[in-house]
Design a binder for this molecule. Structure first.
Ligand SMILES: Nc1ncnc2c1ncn2[C@@H]1O[C@H](COP(=O)(O)OP(=O)(O)OP(=O)(O)O)[C@@H](O)[C@H]1O
Ligand SMILES: [Mg+2]
Length: 449
């Protein structure tokens, strides 16, 4: 496959060899240093590694005096002192077209699924600026995920960005899979960043299925890929989502996980000598997080609705990545280990979760119903210990009585099997029934199918 980059590289080699070529002088861990070429930070370079590897693509990550610091997108075995380093003059870009649908790409946007090349004259830069804030459309329309706990209790707007916070093994990836298959968004962009490689096929075959894959693009950089690949995979996925948004589509960006992205940024930061701050995270992590997350959302053309998973160790919501991300996003879902242990799936703790735009995208009666159900859930939770030990006597508090009476209906509403999909109008009607409210037809007619 010949890309624009290859053409450029071919041309520069013949013309200004000295200016655009350098030599490797040091390799330390993941950091490669070379004398020359003349290049800017972020520029893609090609390292010609003769030891049976062909070429290795790398990116300029630092400039120290006359030394160019590089990191590779791929494994660096085979690099030797003296290998030629050729500057491309370009930043990382991804070839975009409608043909991306149904495809699986690597961090650099190259297909990895044996379905042939994606030839497109159109390239989107992996690193880009967020839309002009003044041109962003307001978020007003609801987006259906097909998951009752979300569509009912934490309604999401098209263009909203949500975090999914959970400890390991509580069901983040499974929930993303459910959303990918069931959502009414036009296009899914799925970024699997730094997660287990074996989960990739599972996600494609089990979670997406052929019908889900047909309207999805996957960008995959598993945990064994170099940190720069994990970092750039995140940007490439965002660029692909931006392309479809520019086509006027409603895009769903499903990102697993932001924590692995942050850790990749930390590895790179430490390798180029940044000072570690909180828990070893370097300033560049705190800096890169808004740059990544702000690109999502609405523009004047379309929307990107984002779901980003964040691993919270020991359910510590104040850990630096969780804390930074929560401040940027428009809401968060907390998955609870104790609910998962009770086999309450999806284990979304709606009482500690919040969608900051739910009240904007829902009608007034729906909002009232959500409030009533939240109250019943919280009353039940407070009284739960008493109820379980038999210390609560029926009739002593009418609100607790109601919470007990409706407990089963609420559990049934909030739990859902992986295969099940509920249309949003049915979800809202069911919510109204629990709250004892009739949702008016005009509120239901606004909802996506
Ligand atoms: N909705 C569900 N219904 C039934 N079982 C579930 C559900 N969600 C998760 N599980 C169970 O929990 C396990 C872990 O789920 P999952 O891989 O989605 O968690 P995770 O939070 O992504 O984990 P990790 O932090 O390791 O990436 C699954 O293998 C499955 O057994
Ligand atoms: Mg997972």
């Amino acid at each position: 496959m010949e890309t624009m980059l290859d053409k450029y590289l071919g041309a520069t080699e013949q013309t200004e060899t000295i200016k655009y070529a350098g030599r490797v002088i040091k390799v330390q861990g993941i950091l490669i240093e070379s004398a020359g070429p003349q290049a800017v930070i972020g520029e893609v370079c090609r390292i010609e590694a003769p030891r049976g590897r062909g070429t290795i693509l790398a990116e300029v990550v630092g400039l120290a005096g006359s030394i160019v610091q590089l990191m590779a997108y791929e494994e660096i075995e085979g690099i030797e002192i003296g290998n030629r380093v050729i500057a491309s003059g370009d930043q990382l870009g991804v070839a975009v077209s409608q043909k991306l649908l149904g495809r699986v790409l690597d961090a650099m946007g190259r297909p990895v699924d044996d379905k042939g090349a994606i030839e497109s004259p159109l390239y989107y830069p992996a690193i880009a600026s967020p839309p002009d804030p003044l041109k962003r459309r307001r978020i007003v329309d609801p987006l259906a995920t097909g998951v009752r706990a979300i569509d009912g209790m934490l309604a999401i707007g098209r263009g909203q960005r949500m975090g999914i916070f959970a400890g390991s093994g509580v069901g983040k990836s499974t929930l993303l899979g459910m959303i990918a298959r069931n959502t009414n968004a036009d296009v899914n962009v799925v970024a699997l960043i730094g997660e287990r490689g074996r989960e990739v096929n599972e996600f494609i075959e089990r979670d997406l299925g052929p019908e889900g894959l047909a309207r999805s693009v996957l960008i995959v950089t598993p945990s064994n890929s170099p940190p720069l690949a994990r970092l750039r995979g995140a940007y490439t996925a965002t660029a692909v989502a931006e392309y479809f948004r520019d086509q006027g589509r409603d895009v769903m960006l499903l990102f697993d996980s932001v924590t692995r992205f942050a850790r990749a940024q930390r590895e790179i930061g430490l390798a180029i000598g940044e000072p570690p701050a909180t828990r070893g995270y370097t300033p560049s992590m705190f800096d890169s997080m808004p740059k990544l997350l702000e690109r999502c959302g609405t523009s004047d053309k379309g929307t990107i609705t984002g779901f980003y998973t964040i691993l919270v160790d020991g359910d510590d919501m104040d850990e630096p990545v969780a804390d930074t991300v929560r401040g940027i996003l428009d809401g968060h879902m907390v998955l609870s280990r104790s609910m998962a242990q009770r086999y309450h799936y999806p284990a979304i703790d709606v009482l500690t979760s919040i969608s900051r735009l739910a009240s904007t995208v829902c009608g007034p009666v729906t909002i009232k119903a959500v409030g009533a159900v939240r109250r019943l859930l919280s009353v039940y939770r407070e009284a739960e210990d008493l109820i379980n030990v038999g210390a609560y006597h029926a009739g002593s508090n009418p609100v607790i009585d109601e919470a007990i009476a409706k407990r089963e209906a609420m559990e049934e509403f909030l739990t859902q099997t992986v295969e099940e999909r509920t249309a949003m109008a049915d979800t809202i009607k069911a919510l109204g029934r629990i709250a004892g409210l009739e949702i008016p037809a005009e509120e239901l007619s606004r909802l996506p199918a």
